[in-house]
Design a protein around this ligand. Structure first.
Ligand code: CLF
Ligand code: SF4
Length: 504
């Protein structure tokens, strides 16, 4: 099959001002235009974009040059992936074919990442062969790579040649003594180097690579795996250091370590952080850094919106059987992406107007004081995409978690669960799934969804979580602000319900 060139919009220009990349404000409207152009449709670099745009990974990089204690080589690189899933390794040719097929079928797919299953830069030939062909055939797709950083400085020139504007480096420490507890060895210059010595080389390479990338205007996201008792107290320092070297975004992810994954930490019983511990650390780092809180730790062959996986629709045999009208698909991509851009521009204008209005009516200092003095309420939201409440409670595989205070709503993370229903309008027998959802939603006082069956209503209320289906298809943040206001008017904000205090 001869694949045509995909081009629905101009490739974004390189040349970001490294100083501006450390902006502490998550609102895209506060970013300089050339950076906004790079992040506005990248679902990982912009929280807003992840409601509208999709990404895909191609698993072309099987080898790795280090060992992390949270990794089992049977599975994908856990620096960006949930452990316990395995990706089928593709050749660069197969990968390109897959990207073109996905681009034609998912018009809002804007980013192609290589994130494993090993380390992309330990597989230079395969990684760059894929990028090379894609930058010719699909110049409208942003290219993205995630690496442990060991080979990064030597790869920077080649990354620039392929217009790769987004690089993730997993940096779990800046202190070799901490590193020795995470990395048993690295493979460096044909030698296996153990413990502290290996960790020191890895850290030096990561920091050098970070500086080289930001000096060239490439946006760098730093991922850190939060490992309680090992590097949790150290990650605030990591955040400060990477920010000072120009990193754009910091993504603190929870360690996932189960004995069945066969990792060192899993077998040793090393616990991961609780939701509260993770949020507390993200908040502590946020003083110095833009934080990413919507990461889904996706697999190395993930396809679709963050949090969904449509990989099974694009297996090699299915792609082979597809008949794709590429010119028509490209027109559709352009139309869909233009429609999303228009919708986002309207939202940005509305948000700016609202901010101006509240500044003029309340006064910014009064508004902040009011927000500080009001009681924060956690609310869970069932959504599929588009930034609206459009998922049935029983069909939700995850809930987005927001914190509301007087005059402000902020996104703080997501919680995965098992869908309570298998489908249909009524919720069936799903007791254990419901129990899991109740446990995952601990600390939340409201759950907003497009619809909810009769059966889960009672158990949710008994757990102190008010189900709410009254804001179906409303924008998430507006609905949360409205519910907070209803709670305030009903006098429900004076004290946390007793059940929630017990659960907290
Ligand atoms: Fe992939 Fe990573 Fe690029 Fe995103 S994922 S290479 S930056 S396109 Fe995103 Fe997935 Fe989290 Fe990664 S949600 S695991 S941060
Ligand atoms: Fe595993 Fe990724 Fe670490 Fe390599 S860098 S050992 S693949 S988690």
């Amino acid at each position: 099959m001869d694949l045509p060139v995909l081009n629905t919009s101009a490739q974004t220009a390189s040349g970001c001002d490294a100083n501006a990349c450390g902006s502490s404000d998550d609102q895209l409207s506060h970013l300089p235009e050339h950076i906004r152009a790079k992040v506005h449709n990248h679902p990982c670099y912009s929280e807003q974009a992840h409601h509208y745009f999709a990404r895909m990974h191609v698993a072309v990089a099987p080898a790795c040059n280090i060992q992390c204690h949270y990794c089992n080589r049977k599975y994908d690189c856990s620096n960006e992936s949930r452990p316990g899933v395995v990706s089928e390794v593709l050749t660069p040719k197969q990968a390109v074919k897959k990207v073109m097929a996905v681009a034609a079928n998912i018009p809002q797919m804007t980013v192609l990442g290589i994130a494993g299953p090993g380390d992309p830069l330990a597989n230079l030939e395969r990684t760059f062969a894929t990028f090379r062909e894609l930058s010719e055939k699909a110049p409208d797709i942003k290219l993205c790579v995630s690496t442990n950083g060991l080979n990064l400085p030597e790869a920077v020139d080649e990354l620039c040649r392929h217009n790769i504007d987004h690089v993730t480096i997993t940096i779990n420490c800046v202190d070799p003594d901490v590193g020795a507890k995470i990395y048993p060895w690295i493979f460096w210059k044909n030698r296996r180097i153990l413990g502290r010595e290996g960790a020191a080389i890895l850290i030096a390479q990561q920091q050098k690579g970070l500086e080289m990338l930001t000096a060239r205007g490439i946006l760098v996201k730093v991922n850190s795996v939060m490992i309680p008792g090992i590097n949790d107290a150290h990650l605030v320092e990591v955040s400060k250091v990477v920010k000072s070297r120009g990193a754009f975004l910091h993504n603190v992810m929870p360690l996932i370590a189960e004995p069945e994954h066969g990792t060192f930490y899993g077998l040793m019983g090393q616990p991961g952080p609780t939701h509260e511990e993770l949020q507390k650390l993200q908040d502590a780092c946020a003083g110095d850094m833009n934080m990413m809180r919507h990461c889904r730790q996706c697999r190395a062959d993930a396809v679709g919106m963050l949090g969904e996986d449509r990989g099974q629709e694009f297996t090699l045999d299915k792609i082979e059987a597809m008949e794709i009208d590429y010119p028509a698909a490209m027109v559709k991509r352009a139309e869909v992406q233009a429609r999303i851009a228009e919708e986002l521009a309207i939202k940005d204008q509305a948000r700016a107007a609202k901010n101006e209005w509240s500044k003029s009516v309340v006064g910014i200092h009064d508004a902040r004081k009011e927000a500080r003095n009001s009681r924060p309420v956690l609310m869970a939201v069932a959504t599929k995409s588009g930034g609206i409440i459009n998922e049935h409670f029983g069909h939700a595989g995850e809930f987005l978690i927001y914190e509301a205070v007087q005059g402000d709503v902020r996104f703080i993370g997501h919680r995965k669960t098992t869908p309570y229903c298998e489908g249909g309008d009524t919720c069936g027998d799903g007791e254990s799934a419901l129990d899991r959802t109740l446990r995952e939603l601990a600390g939340c006082e409201v759950v907003l969804c497009s619809k909810i069956g009769y059966e889960p209503w009672g158990p949710l209320e008994a757990a102190g979580i008010q189900p709410n289906g009254e804001h179906a298809f409303a924008p998430i943040e507006d609905a949360i602000a409205a519910v907070y206001e209803e709670m305030r008017a009903a006098g429900k904000l004076e004290a946390k319900p007793v059940l929630q205090q017990a659960a907290a």
